[in-house]
Design a protein around this ligand. Sequence first.
Ligand SMILES: Nc1ncnc2c1ncn2[C@@H]1O[C@H](COP(=O)(O)OP(=O)(O)O)[C@@H](O)[C@H]1O
Ligand SMILES: [Mg+2]
Length: 252
Amino acid sequence: METIAFFNLKGGVGKTTSAVNIAWHAANEGIPTLLWDLDPQGASSWLLKSKAKTKSEPKRFLSGKSPMGEFVKSTDFTNLDIIPADFSYRHLDQQLTLQSDQGRHNLIGKIIAPFSEKYALIILDCPPSFSELTEQVFDTADSLFVPIIPTHLSLRTFEQTRDYFKEHKLKPKRLHAFFTMVDRRRSLHRIMLAHPPAMLKNGLSTSIPYAAVVERMGDHRAPLPAFDKSSAVSLAYKQLWQDIKATLSEFN
Ligand SMILES: Nc1ncnc2c1ncn2[C@@H]1O[C@H](COP(=O)(O)OP(=O)(O)O)[C@@H](O)[C@H]1O
Ligand SMILES: [Mg+2]
């Protein structure tokens, strides 16, 4: 089993959109895939028409009272299941911190380990924050994918994450940035794509263009390739999945 995460300290950069589309591509290739929505905003759950059953779920699964399998839902798509989030996930971080203080470290990793019997790929859709939860995701994920809008401030945020990896002796090689929402009408976007800064040397070569059709995922409540297979942005996501797969030893 491979575990990957879409992470960025910033919100609104395309984490959820990427997580949902990449999950669809993996599942479509026959890879049993589980997407875990870790964000209390529940955007990937909503896009896949999934709803958490009850409130306070984090408390229940972190205490071990309910086996994690209870929270898994199927989606409209073969090979693609989801653990949906609801607003109670806003307490997840606090509860992980509490447990960690009591000596129970990296619960996220421990919780997903048994899923290796059923799934070959776990995708974590992270909230935009730096916290105990994200630190556990950093420890757990085999590879982390960081969508970046080509601006100076976004790069600065990526640098902070990369520095964190270095400081904590985490392998920065696991950290892969890629450009999203690229608007070629904007000169800064064009310049950054033509001359990617050195800190992105480990990044993916595919970039995702800005395109209004992406917003239609919300009308369909479906991954983009489920209703549009031919637009440039849909093809870019297909290519991005190939890039991502190339970083994962199990699929090579
Ligand atoms: N390539 C794109 N082109 C146009 N809009 C996009 C693109 N990627 C994402 N969006 C839109 O931007 C908003 C934020 O995207 P989202 O994936 O939810 O970001 P995050 O999970 O990082 O907060 C959403 O409304 C989404 O539809
Ligand atoms: Mg999101």
